[in-house]
Design a protein. Structure first.
Length: 377
């Protein structure tokens, strides 16, 4: 019997530099939110070409803060895709608002101006548009729906670090963008998130809210022996990132361009190798966009000899860990009771898509192991 090595769907790209950066932080004696977090924020803001970046403990916390600073109220409606990780649909509920599900484009898997417009109500005060799997959503088109109506546009760019739309980084055109540094994403800090916005008042409030609503940050207090008296301005949260995480993030930022390039090469190899397989469609760049291919998915349709479930099973037998495509929140108990519009495309994509292994260290041999199972007739 030959042992097959297991191929994971994703693997973080961490090494000696990250280890050294963490060791430096430990030696510095200041491991909670401090100078590394500030530096990571400055560098991240530059990367996404946005005035303010506020680091937080994860992207779910950033989504929550986005709802709070945008002043989404109890009873408001917030349009979200059902076709997304559940955190997107959960965010409005944290402030007592109702997630209203919009369907997605059958090619990109993203909400569009049209699918959003279809579900607007007089109570809609915000839209959360997701760049699903790193594929940039049509933010300009969605903005044109939101802006005249005074609706806040939040971009859930959790998967999107390093993706571009036109000649700009993703996230710049929304009122607020949120990012994730979970190991399932390209750039990781173990857990971690970021909120970016050009609105100074929103950034200032998010910075206070992540630290219990304190008037003076813990880092500022640490700088003086006689710490200034702090005040708690409003009810806040503990959503801080640590300097240990930020130190890893700073190193990862330096690798991001290289990581995106590598993923795009591997994605191109999948696209070429699977182009002529009946019943298989690969995810691709949208018009004018360059994806980081955080998730490389295929849609398996009737033309393939196997169903999606059978193909998953065959891949697993070959030691290849693929994943069912993106979930549909409206089908899960946490959100199943909600009224919703037609979600035909969402339901089809969630039932027919498969996420294939794609990670920085993956070799072409690894990739062709996956391709061979899918092409086998
Ligand atoms: C991963 C993900 C999140 C949650 O990010 P965390 O950092 O794990 O909280 C939110 N939205 C989308 C679209 C995601 O893919």
């Amino acid at each position: 019997m030959t042992a097959v090595t297991r191929l994971n769907v994703m693997q973080p790209n961490l090494g000696e530099e990250e280890i050294a950066a963490v060791a430096d932080v430990i030696e510095s004696g200041w491991i909670a939110q401090g100078p590394r977090v500030a530096e990571f924020e400055t560098r991240f803001a530059a990367l996404v070409d946005t005035r303010n970046a506020v680091a937080v403990s994860n992207c779910t916390a950033a989504l929550h803060l986005a709802m709070v600073v945008a002043r989404v109220q109890p009873g408001d409606d917030v349009v979200v895709p059902s076709f997304s990780f559940v955190a997107t649909a959960n965010a409005p509920t944290y402030v007592g608002a109702r997630p209203v599900f919009a369907d997605v484009d059958p090619v990109t898997g993203n909400v569009t101006a049209e699918t959003i417009e279809n579900v607007l109500t007089p109570k809609t005060t915000a839209v959360i548009a997701v760049d699903q799997g790193g594929i940039p959503a049509d933010i300009a088109g969605i903005r044109a729906v939101c802006e005249p109506r005074g609706i806040t546009l939040v971009e859930d760019a959790a998967c999107g670090a390093g993706s571009r739309l036109g000649n700009r980084p993703m996230g710049v055109s929304a009122d607020i963008a949120v990012w994730s540094f979970h190991p399932r994403k390209l750039l990781t800090t173990g857990e971690g998130g970021m909120l970016t916005t050009n609105r100074q008042d929103w950034a200032d409030r998010a910075r206070k809210l992540r630290e219990h609503g304190m008037s003076v940050s813990a880092a500022q207090r640490h700088q003086s022996v006689l710490a200034p008296a702090e005040q708690y301005l409003e009810v806040g949260f503990n959503y801080r990132m640590t300097d240990l995480q930020a130190a890893v993030g700073i190193v990862q930022l330096g690798r991001l361009a290289e990581m995106v390039t590598r993923r795009r090469v591997l994605a191109g190899m999948y696209q070429d190798a699977l182009a002529d397989v009946p019943g298989v469609r690969c995810v691709a760049d949208p018009a004018g966009g360059r994806s980081n291919f955080q998730s490389f998915w295929i849609e398996v349709s009737a033309g393939h000899r196997n169903s999606r479930e059978e193909l998953l099973g065959e891949l697993a037998s070959a030691g290849i860990s693929a994943r069912r495509g993106i979930m549909a929140a409206h089908r899960h108990p946490a959100h199943a009771g909600r009224d919703h519009a037609d979600l035909t495309v969402t339901e089809r994509l969630t039932d027919s898509t498969l996420i294939l292994p794609l990670f920085h260290q993956m070799t072409s041999d690894d990739l062709f192991r996956v391709v061979d199972v899918i092409r086998r007739s």
